[in-house]
Design a protein around this ligand. Structure first.
Ligand code: MLT
Length: 227
């Protein structure tokens, strides 16, 4: 369970990295690929997204939580689940989530985690021989509640079969144990939920706290996320 400023300290080449950005990048990726989007290409800059837009990609994403004006969609899971996106290729750039994916690119395997695909992700991890690094995207290099809460949910699901090696994993596990009874309640009190409240996307926050809406595990193949 590491934040961007720490990931470079870990040899990810032999690990499965689970990228976590609950509000809302990885929740969107799971919801979109689980609803029929053909692929999602995470990119670092607005310019890269626009270049793919010229090739027919749907341009998606946000900065500071607000939709990038010239993009087709923002970063709401409800945008990604629109029927008209079925079969389409999407290019996305976000404040933290796509940056975390970029930092993970040398990993043996990069997969996407959210509450929406928790059980599917845990099943995938149980079949893997790799050590796993749960990468919490956080907010601009800082810790955030919702990503660590999800990492704790993963640790809780795996604890019978895996060693929680680090104190950060143990802390995430105990955080989840203390909040599991009402995830939406606690996520609604996070810093990012407060930032997003300015953009009137309360339903996004509620949705991103739902469990197991999709049975997919997006995986990075080359530069594209697919299922
Ligand atoms: C992020 O990258 O932190 C999220 O995408 C931000 C958001 O969607 O509000």
């Amino acid at each position: 369970c590491y934040t961007p400023d720490l990931i470079h300290q870990f040899e990810v080449e032999n690990k499965t990295v689970v990228v976590i950005d609950i509000l809302r990048a990885t929740s969107c990726m799971v919801a979109g690929l689980g609803s029929g989007i053909q692929s999602i290409t995470p990119v670092a800059t607005i310019e890269e997204c626009e270049a793919l837009g010229k090739q027919g990609y749907i341009m998606a994403g946000e900065r500071g939580g607000e939709k990038v004006e010239q993009f087709h969609i923002g970063n709401s899971p409800f945008d990604y689940m629109k029927p008209e996106l079925k079969g389409k290729k999407v290019a996305t750039t976000t404040t933290n989530g796509t940056h975390a994916i970029e930092l993970s690119k040398n990993a043996k395997e990069v997969v996407i985690g959210s509450f929406l695909n928790l059980n599917a992700l845990v099943s995938h991890m149980m079949k893997s021989e790799n050590d796993v690094l749960l990468f919490c995207a956080g907010w601009k290099g800082r810790y955030n509640l919702e990503d660590t809460l999800f990492a704790g949910a993963v640790c809780n699901a795996l604890k019978q079969n895996a060693e929680l090696e680090s104190d950060s994993a143990l802390c995430a596990f105990f955080l989840y144990q203390s909040m599991a009874t009402d995830l939406a309640y606690y996520i609604n009190r996070s810093n990012h939920a407060a930032r997003l409240s300015k953009f009137n996307v309360k339903e996004d926050i509620e949705y991103c706290a739902r469990l197991n809406e999709f049975n997919v595990v997006p995986k990075l193949i080359g530069s594209e996320l697919t299922v």
